[in-house]
Design a protein around this ligand. Structure first.
Ligand SMILES: Cc1cc2nc3c(=O)[nH]c(=O)nc-3n(C[C@H](O)[C@H](O)[C@H](O)COP(=O)(O)O)c2cc1C
Length: 224
């Protein structure tokens, strides 16, 4: 697959087939993802891959934590405390679009919550990855993790696989910590669901919009 095609066909898939992904494929993807650049070649990513009964046990444990009213408590702030424009609008749009696609009414909090909780079954994906980094590193290492994530997701596309990055797991790092023996200095950044998409699932049909380049770029010193 041409790299442009991998980039354009990547999307967040939120309903996966149960078909397994062989460990050899995972090793290929991880080896490729580790070619991602990182500041001073620090390679700060740590990856914990989970499948089968171990994955089911983790998912069940997170869902029972949620059910006993444990609020998420991520160890880093992905989002600002107070939203502002234009980010608030973009965030709302993608949320509303997902619920609309699924036929969930905007004010149906129960159905919205149910959909949100599907994060904790990795959207039925056969494999989940949990990505962590040493908390003593600096903010720059989060950039490096982003490089790693995108490289992994594109390499997955090149093999006909799909993904969904999942910051939702960061809120339940205590539960994850016990299941994958995450050392104390490791900070859980996010998860990734990996597998084959269910082609006709409504939630996989959403094409999220992007700003035109004039919206985020200024050119300087060009003749034209
Ligand atoms: C680091 C990261 C964390 C994300 N966390 C979640 C998540 O927890 N749950 C979810 O459903 N989507 C999550 N997403 C997916 C975004 O909502 C999605 O990338 C965005 O809406 C753009 O859509 P696209 O990926 O289909 O292009 C995450 C994406 C990134 C990059």
């Amino acid at each position: 697959m041409h790299v442009d095609a991998a980039i354009r066909s990547r999307k967040s898939v939120r309903r996966f087939q149960p078909w397994p992904v062989p460990r050899a494929t995972l090793e290929q993807l991880l080896e490729l993802a580790a070619r991602a650049p990182s500041g001073s070649n620090t390679q700060p990513w740590q990856v914990h891959v989970i499948t089968g009964e171990r994955k089911q046990a983790l998912c069940a444990d997170i869902l029972s934590h949620v059910a006993s009213a444990h609020a998420p408590d991520a160890e880093y702030a992905y989002y600002p405390e107070h939203w502002f424009e234009p980010y608030q609008q973009r965030r709302r749009e993608v949320g509303f679009e997902l619920y609309e696609t699924l036929g969930i009414e905007r004010h149906d909090k129960v159905a919205r919550r149910q959909q949100e909780l599907r994060n904790f079954s990795f959207f039925d994906a056969p494999v989940g990855l949990l990505i962590s980094l040493d908390r003593r590193l600096g903010a720059g290492s989060f950039l490096d993790l982003g490089m790693f994530l995108q490289t992994f997701m594109l390499a997955a596309r090149a093999r006909g696989l799909h993904t969904c990055a999942q910051a939702a797991f960061a809120g339940y790092h205590q539960v994850v910590r016990a299941h994958v023996q995450l050392p104390a200095e490791q900070l859980l950044v996010c998860g990734i669901a990996l597998g084959h998409e269910v082609h006709d699932a409504a939630e996989n049909t959403m094409k999220t919009p992007r700003e035109a380049i004039e919206g985020f770029t200024s050119f300087h010193g060009f003749a034209d």
